[in-house]
Write a protein that binds this ligand. Structure first.
Ligand SMILES: [Zn+2]
Length: 115
């Protein structure tokens, strides 16, 4: 049980009909008792996520609620003492492919289509 967060950004707006061409990327997941787990497919460290989330687009959770990056940062910091997904992955033997890592600031990442 947890909440997934997504980043969406309008790449192009059609000048004729106003249709928007958007991308939507999974930022990561917040689960009770666990550290925030970032999706590392596109952005592989806190600094990479911070620069995109701070500068453009919109953050929403899976229920459609809009978040500011500042508010999500507070939530993530709040969870820094939680259980480590990376450690759990190691214990259960699934951390043998480099799919889980910790960035230089200690934030946890996992690759792949999970949520
Ligand atoms: Zn159009």
């Amino acid at each position: 049980m947890g909440t997934n967060y997504y980043w969406s950004k309008v790449l192009n707006t059609c000048p004729t009909c106003g249709n928007k061409d958007t991308i939507k990327i999974h930022i990561g997941k917040s689960s009770a008792g666990w550290k925030f787990l970032f999706n590392g497919d596109d952005y592989k460290s806190w600094n990479e996520w911070d620069s995109v989330l701070d500068s453009s687009g919109e953050i929403t959770d899976e229920y459609g609620e809009v978040w500011t990056w500042d508010d999500l940062v507070l939530k993530i910091e709040d969870k820094c003492d939680g259980i480590s997904s990376k450690d759990e992955a190691k214990v259960s033997g699934i951390d043998n492919s480099g799919d889980y890592w910790t960035d230089p600031l200690g934030y946890e990442f996992a690759k792949g289509e999970w949520c």
